[in-house]
Write a protein that binds this ligand. Structure first.
Ligand SMILES: [Mg+2]
Length: 231
């Protein structure tokens, strides 16, 4: 096993049609009676608990009140997200090149361990991947439900990988692929290499400036992307 390849979800693997934000909105109202500035607040690159805390702090709630409601919030959010994806018109788009790239990486199962590194809470991540038809591709993951700070997620992924396959992945063996500067910088403390993809809200320049080792407009050039991941 030579590489641990960790994918972000939103804006990297897939795009939803706003279902998560609507589900978040209804869950926040149900549990906290307020949403804060949810319509305009950027979610990109953040963990779910971080988003909830930012919105509720903005709405004036003290930290203790935020903490008290979080488990009820996730319960409501997952119920609402499932309901959103069950709507007949629900649309989750797998981004260009993803299916082919994941197929190539899966076919290298002896040298590549595929994982997730995402701000989504674990079951939210799985619902999103299932809605895109790529739920069973990833063997391990580090999630927003593990840590509120994205920078704390890479060590969690490394430990889960060690537990899953008995390999201690070192910094140069690990690649993080994501669409935001936060994806690019979160592995910095571990010395992890990051690949940026401009299919989210950020351009190639911003991802390069954040320190990405390679940057792509999208991941459709499978050979070039594989070379950046494995090379
Ligand atoms: Mg993202």
């Amino acid at each position: 096993m030579k590489r641990l390849v960790l994918f972000d979800i939103d804006g990297t693997l897939l795009m939803t049609d706003g279902a998560p934000r609507r589900a978040f909105h209804r869950a926040m109202l149900e549990v906290y009676r307020t949403t804060g500035p949810i319509a305009t607040h950027p979610f990109d690159g953040k963990t779910d608990p971080q988003i909830a805390r930012e919105l509720l702090t903005h709405a004036g709630l003290p930290a203790a009140a935020v903490d008290r409601g979080l488990s009820a919030l996730w319960h409501a959010y997952l119920r609402e997200l499932s309901a959103e994806f069950a709507q007949p018109g629900s649309r989750t788009t797998v981004l260009p090149g993803i299916v082919a790239l994941l197929g190539e990486l899966e076919s290298r199962g002896d040298e590549v361990l595929l994982g997730l590194l995402t701000g989504n809470i674990q079951e939210g991540a799985w619902l999103k991947l299932a809605s895109a038809g790529i739920r069973n591709t990833f063997r391990i993951g580090a999630y927003g439900s593990d840590c509120e700070r994205r920078d704390d997620l890479p060590p969690v992924a490394v430990e889960r990988a060690r537990a899953a396959v008995g390999v201690e992945f070192m910094r140069t063996d690990i690649v993080i692929i994501g669409d935001t500067p936060s994806d690019v910088t979160c592995g910095r403390a571990l010395g992890v290499r990051a690949i940026g993809v401009a299919t989210g809200r950020y351009g190639r320049g911003e991802l390069s400036d954040a320190g990405a080792a390679a940057v792509f407009d999208d991941l459709s050039q499978t050979d070039s992307v594989l070379e950046a991941i494995l090379g």
